[in-house]
Write a protein that binds this ligand. Sequence first.
Ligand SMILES: [Zn+2]
Length: 255
Amino acid sequence: MEHTEHLSVEKSIATLQDKLSYNKTYAEKATKAGKYDSIQEGQHPDVTIVSCSDSRVLERSLDDEIGKVFSIKNIGNRVEPNLGSIEYGVGHLHTPILMILGHTGCGAVHASTKDMSGEHYRIIRSLEFIKPTVGEVQKLLIRKGGIASYMAEHPPTVKPISEEAYFETLVTEANVDRQIETALGDDKIRELVFSGKLMIVGAIYDFKDIYSTERGAVFVININGETDVAKLKALKALGGDGRVILNQIKRLLVY
Ligand SMILES: [Zn+2]
């Protein structure tokens, strides 16, 4: 026991050393390049993002400039426990976009589709909110003739995937939709959207080749609660040269 503890402390120290040494180089480079010169006195992000804590989901994939992304992370990209932080981003920093970013291969979604009774109670409490969404998607699939026939009607666009991976992707999309409903349930956020000052964007970060072969690509699945792809593509706000957005609108779950 003592031996194991000793080893784990060594691992922690080595990891800390590694991170601090990386940070030293990082800070040197950031200072030399003047990365903080114009934002030392204040931040001006243009997007507030709620994404999953999963280490593979990078908000930097949308903008790697320091000070542009107001980032909130938790397992399962939940809105409810972070409404205060979201309020700060959209209400005080006035970002015109609030993005709820789910992702393929999400452990929180996977766990929610399984028996969670063996998990720590805090994890159970954090993920309990996805459970009803799992049930909702199951009911929807029953209504549509089962998962096999649904998959045949809405085939994965890149390569064949298992029913389990497909189902979890549907739950991931439904979870993003539910989080947007929660955000729209907040008076202040709803008022910002209603007055056109804020757009809530639901999106999926994909590195499992489910939406495309570009690993780390972000796909829009919901705008201000609208989930109909044809309607999303026809949105007036997407007019003009909106081709980039149009090509990035894609979803598997059709209500
Ligand atoms: Zn996740």
